[in-house]
Design a binder for this molecule. Structure first.
Ligand code: XUL
Ligand code: CO
Length: 450
């Protein structure tokens, strides 16, 4: 059971001890039922497979505000001082206490989440430097590492018409300066990846937009980032996080397939992988697994922003995902592609507006981590038994030899295939896809004991 710990003055989550694994039979709401960090699944521990990260912006800057009302979530550390940089430090202490208590090995941030924006770029950079020094100390003291950093190029009004895709070159220059600094501090903290999410890199109306120039400019910013990484020796992985819309009506980083085309057009593909967010996939009209398959097939599966949308709401609700079936399908694909490498599963998810207790932050992450752990175990078992992969392999087996192989290897052409059909093959036999049988098999596998 989670025991009440003695309240120390510097303890922000007093009463909560480190969340322990107690197994599926436990009825302790503040314990893991499935996530057992050191348990091995196929030669790797769960912690190594899942590399969970906590999103600073939601868990430590989210207030529950929505377009219809102000914040509902009040945290004591927010009133710890009148000076915003001092508050930012105390808030960060609280965050690292949470990371340790929930047992997440990683965290992620935007520059403007962690440090207050100043009235000039120089002042913003100074604030950021003070907080980065603080974060460095906390990382060292706790062992929690940085999964990725990024620049917020969408909140400040200067970015209302985009950052790198802004019609004003002055705004492009500002965005470039901000990304430069965000890369510097990500490197300073040993960040394993750097993310580009283009929330306002798109347009509302073509009546005022030069689409071609905007896309060229987005590619210019990404090329500058590639050059700058070389210059400073940043070895982390660059990740693009696709999203089709919201806040902008039409965003250039629509989905993985669109981004692959974009990156190849500008010869940037070898420098980037994808940070796939579940709710962004569904906004694009895809399943989460579809986006993973598209990225993985191109060798560009990088990291995951772990969350979920709501089937009945058409926007980015950023909920914690507890849908084990959806996550098992996703994990089947992730394991098939060999995992996420330097990526991880970052909870880009926020508490619901009425979830105002500190305990809710624990329940939300416990649920998300347990659901992924269950999915990992199920996916590993399903992939190892190979019932689905065997079925898929058999379905395509006509390409393994003979004229099928000639098609794949480029030996066949229109004339040779026409001759074959006319003289030998004739009409193909109809073969069932057996979808319903496979869906039943999936349910049987998900609920099978052992
Ligand atoms: C917005 C979103 C961002 C990115 C980082 O939908 O997902 O928080 O993850 O900028
Ligand atoms: Co995200």
């Amino acid at each position: 059971m989670a025991k009440a710990t003695k309240s120390k003055s510097a303890e922000h989550f007093a009463g909560f001890s480190k969340i322990a694994y107690e197994g599926p039979q436990s009825d302790n709401a503040l314990a893991f039922k499935h996530y057992n960090a050191n348990e091995k699944v196929g030669g790797k521990t769960m912690a190594e497979h899942l590399r969970f990260g906590i999103a600073y912006w939601h868990s430590f800057r989210g207030t529950g505000a929505d377009p219809f009302g102000p914040g509902t979530i009040v945290r004591k550390w927010e009133s710890s001082s009148k000076d915003p940089v001092s508050v930012a430090k105390v808030r960060m202490d609280a965050a690292f206490e949470f990371y340790q208590k929930i047992g997440a090995p990683f965290w992620c941030f935007h520059d403007r989440d962690i440090a207050p924006e100043g009235t000039t770029l120089a002042e913003s950079n100074k604030n950021l430097d003070a907080i980065i020094a603080h974060a460095k100390g906390l990382q060292k003291a706790t062992g929690v590492k940085l999964l990725w950093g990024t620049a917020n190029l969408f909140s400040n009004p200067r970015f209302m018409c985009g950052a790198s895709t802004n019609p004003d070159a002055h705004v492009f220059a500002y965005a470039a300066a901000q990304v430069k600094k965000a890369m510097d501090v990500t490197q300073e903290l040993g960040g394993e990846n750097y993310v580009f999410w283009g929330g306002r890199e798109g347009y509302e109306t073509l009546l005022n937009t030069n689409l071609k120039r905007e896309q060229d400019h987005l590619a210019r910013l990404l090329s500058m980032a590639v050059d700058y990484a070389k210059k400073i020796g940043f070895k982390g992985q660059f990740l693009i996080e696709p999203k089709p819309k919201e806040p902008t009506k039409h965003q250039y980083d629509f989905d993985c397939a669109t981004c692959i085309g974009f990156l190849k057009t500008y010869k940037l593909d070898k420098h980037f992988k994808f940070n796939i967010e579940t709710n962004h996939a569904t906004l694009a009209g895809h399943t989460f697994q579809h986006e993973i398959e598209v990225a993985g097939s191109a060798g560009m599966l990088g990291s995951i922003d772990a969350n979920s949308g709501d089937l009945l709401l058409g926007w980015d609700t950023d909920q914690f995902n507890t849908d084990v079936k959806e996550l098992t399908l996703a994990m089947m694909s992730i394991l098939k592609f060999g995992g996420l490498g330097s990526g991880g599963f970052n909870f880009d998810a926020k508490l619901r507006r009425p979830s105002t207790d500190l305990a809710d932050l624990f329940h939300a992450h416990i649920g998300g981590m347990d659901a992924y752990a269950q999915a990992l175990k199920l996916a590993y078992r399903i992939n190892t038994e190979g019932k689905f992969s065997k079925h898929v392999a058999e379905r395509y087996s006509s390409y393994d030899s003979g004229f099928g192989k000639d098609i794949e290897t480029g030996k066949a052409d229109f004339e040779s295939l026409e001759k074959l059909v006319l003289t030998k093959l004739g009409e193909p036999t109809i073969k069932s896809g057996q979808q319903e049988k496979l869906e039943n098999l999936l349910n049987a596998e998900l609920f099978r004991q052992g």
